[in-house]
Write a protein that binds this ligand. Structure first.
Ligand SMILES: Nc1ncnc2c1ncn2[C@@H]1O[C@H](COP(=O)(O)OP(=O)(O)OP(=O)(O)O)[C@@H](O)[C@H]1O
Ligand SMILES: [Mg+2]
Ligand SMILES: [Zn+2]
Length: 370
């Protein structure tokens, strides 16, 4: 931060021994321009692992889905065969979110500083965090905790993206503990004699293969899994967490011909980020007095008030709910996502084409689960 000399210590013991010594205090960040540090899961390493959308060929539908997710702050699940580009899409998400505000950057830096993850010489963290913990992550590492409570992955992802790759491989109990931060944007850690809260407001994105061999639904490769295996694999996911995911999409594999075709380069992250920023501005204005920030937070009374549907849109939504036997929760999710699609168009009430697009992002509900 300009004008400040910051002295950072790994432990209290380091501080005490430094205070008792004659030498100069080590200066971590000087009053130079603050450096930009990208927080990634490779702790301490400043790896710029974000991917610009121009690097992703084809995938029009998936690109659109991450744009909607970013615009409304929605959770997203990507399902597709190995190598179809799920990880790439997830890594592109931070690049289409608006840049961190100064206050957000301070929040992020504070959390990283508590964990001792601001690299030596690093100043204010100015890039949106992207965290992708492995499926073997423990509850404490994910949520935070320990003898002296420390922020976990959900807090390290604060103001950024938490990506869980291979979602069905995660322990079910581990996934359960995600529900509270997903709903409240903070995580409460109870200790025997005290309770600590850390900020944990992040965009949640997950990826999975459609079946154990990964090829189900791939037009070019046959799936080798027995129906019972597929059922078992997917049942690991069922339940309240899946219910909370607003957008579910299938990511088809891109052909070699598509990959080598330079005409398939789409819009850059910057162009998409501008649309996302406009849609977010609309939401901030609309919800100014409602105490929420974006469409993903609409619920109950607020969803009724702000998720107004044109009559045709309402009939379409009701017909879809009947036909696909969708739950009341899914009904609400569709309405929220449709609100975001409408905001990307700066449209007033939700129209039927917003609903029909939102319906495309419920692939797991629409399928019979073999
Ligand atoms: N649409 C695409 N445009 C450009 N490159 C792509 C695209 N899809 C995949 N690739 C290439 O394929 C590689 C694998 O993609 P990625 O790791 O994102 O796949 P994945 O779906 O996450 O696979 P897995 O299920 O194995 O984790 C990428 O590193 C990239 O080089
Ligand atoms: Mg991957
Ligand atoms: Zn299979």
């Amino acid at each position: 931060m300009p004008g400040l000399n910051v002295h950072a210590f790994e432990t209290l013991t380091d501080l005490v021994s430094q205070l008792g010594s004659e030498g100069d205090l080590p200066v971590r960040a000087s009053n130079q321009e603050s450096e930009v540090v990208s927080p990634s899961s490779e702790d301490g390493e400043s790896t710029f692992n974000h991917i610009d959308l121009t690097e992703i060929k084809g995938q029009a539908a998936s690109r659109r889905a991450i744009e909607i997710a970013a615009a409304g702050g929605h959770c997203l699940l990507l399902s597709g065969p190995p190598g179809s580009g799920k990880t790439m899409l997830a890594r592109a998400l931070p690049t289409i979110l608006p840049p961190l505000t100064f206050d957000e950057a301070i929040e992020v830096t504070r959390i990283y500083s508590v964990r001792g993850l601001v690299p030596p010489g690093g100043g204010l963290i100015e890039r949106r965090p992207f965290r992708d913990p492995h499926h073997t992550v423990s509850d404490v590492a994910l949520i935070g905790g320990g003898q002296i409570p420390r922020p976990g992955e959900v807090s390290l992802a604060h103001n950024g993206v938490l990506f869980l790759d291979e979602l069905p491989e995660f322990d079910r109990n581990t996934l359960e503990v995600l529900r509270q931060p997903l709903e409240e944007g903070v995580v409460h850690i109870s200790r025997a004699r005290s309770a600590v809260s850390f900020p944990a407001s992040f965009m949640f994105i997950a990826a999975m293969n459609p079946c154990p061999c990964g090829q189900l639904g791939n037009p070019r490769k046959a799936c080798r899994c027995a129906p019972a295996q597929i059922q078992k694999y997917r049942s690991r996911l069922s339940g309240p967490l899946l219910d909370r995911i607003d957008l579910q999409i299938e990511v088809p594999p891109v052909t070699v011909a598509e990959l080598s075709d330079d005409r398939r380069i789409g819009e850059s992250s910057r162009a998409v980020r501008e649309r996302v920023a406009s849609a977010r501005r609309l939401q901030r204005e609309r919800y100014r007095s409602a105490g929420i920030l974006n469409n993903s937070q609409l619920a109950g009374r607020r969803l009724k008030e702000f998720g107004r549907l044109e009559p045709e849109a309402e009939s379409l939504l009701n017909a879809a709910v009947d036909k696909f036997e969708l739950s009341a929760r899914v009904y609400d999710r569709l309405r929220k996502v449709a609100r975001t699609i409408a905001d990307l168009e700066a449209s007033g009430p939700i129209q039927s084409h917003h609903i029909s697009e939102a319906l495309q992002y419920r692939t797991l509900d629409r399928k019979v689960w073999i």
